[in-house]
Design a protein around this ligand. Structure first.
Ligand SMILES: [Zn+2]
Length: 309
């Protein structure tokens, strides 16, 4: 690996493309595909908390589902530290919100792994990884969307512990010797081939996904996050608090629903607007994308092999 420089190209909202001294990350703009080119493929949207995918990747998830993927939502924690009422009230409210996130995005099923909120760094990394390997094999997951294990300045242990477990489980799930009892139970080795990693802080960004056509689904997935996070009904609360001071924001409209929805779309998701703008897009999500490994030997053979005689 060549030495990296942090003198990058600003994408706005703290996003930076890391320049390598010899090679610069090429940024691909992934646009909407017509039809259902991903039919038959499976994705797992993996979030420690009920608001992570909605905030950072719901547009891409909705786009891939519309393009044919079957999708599942994994929630790693019980979310009992962020929400209203007692600890029990909070856990239940987030569980319900998370089900709504899956419904809005068209995801087939939720898996709640139920680790303790904010405390995933005390859990066995091995157990988390083993559970993910089982699920990747069981569901035949081709693509994951989750936190970037190389994202910088992440303060929440649930985020970085999950990210590292996902990254290692993606390749180990394809092994023929890890957890051989899975094979006796009918599973087969199945590696994850594509990864869309997002980050709250600076990360290597090599893919921008155009989510303009599905922005309303992204907004809806944030609108149902009522228990925690910056979205939910915060727009309505802001509208009312401004009115008490004799002020209004025209973008919020004239009722609670328009306020909550427009607050998310036009104020909260500023990062998506900033990411899209340099690329001529209304809304876009940035990712560190990792695709299938190049078949260098196969490519060499295709270019150079000649008939035996
Ligand atoms: Zn989170």
């Amino acid at each position: 690996m060549l030495r990296r420089s942090f003198l990058g190209v600003s994408l706005g909202a703290g996003q930076v493309i890391f320049n390598d001294t010899a090679t610069q990350a090429e940024v691909i703009v992934e646009r909407a595909y017509p039809g259902r080119p991903h039919a038959g493929k499976v994705l797992a949207a993996i979030q420690p908390h009920s608001d992570d995918i909605p905030l950072f990747a719901a547009g891409t998830v909705a786009k891939l589902i519309e393009e044919g993927y079957t999708g599942y939502l994994f929630r790693m924690t019980n979310d009992d530290m962020a929400g209203p009422g007692t600890v029990g009230d909070t856990a239940l409210a987030n569980e319900r919100d998370n089900q709504q996130v899956a419904r809005v995005l068209g995801l087939k099923k939720v898996y709640d792994l139920n680790y303790s909120n904010h405390q995933m760094d005390q859990e066995s990394k091995l157990e988390i990884r083993a559970r993910l390997i089982f699920l990747f094999r069981l569901l035949k997951v081709d693509t994951v969307i989750g936190y970037d294990p190389w994202g910088h300045y992440e303060e929440n242990p649930d985020h970085y512990v999950t990210a590292q477990a996902v990254e290692s489980a993606c390749w180990m799930a394809g092994g023929g010797k890890d957890y051989p009892e899975h094979f006796d139970a009918g599973l087969k080795p199945h590696s994850v081939k594509e990864k869309y990693y997002f980050s709250r802080g600076p990360q290597l960004v090599n893919r921008i996904v155009d989510i303009s056509a599905v922005i309303d689904k992204k907004v809806a997935s944030n609108r149902v996050n009522l228990a925690q996070g910056p979205a939910g009904a915060n727009g309505a609360r802001l509208r009312r608090s401004l009115a008490e001071k004799g002020l209004r924001l025209p973008v919020l409209g004239d009722n609670d629903e328009s306020a909550s929805t427009n607050y998310i779309k036009h104020i909260l998701l500023q990062r998506d607007i900033d990411t899209g703008k340099p690329n001529g897009l209304a809304f876009a999500e940035p990712f560190h994308y990792i695709g299938p490994p190049l078949d260098a030997v196969g490519e060499y053979i295709r270019k150079n092999a000649v008939p035996l005689r």
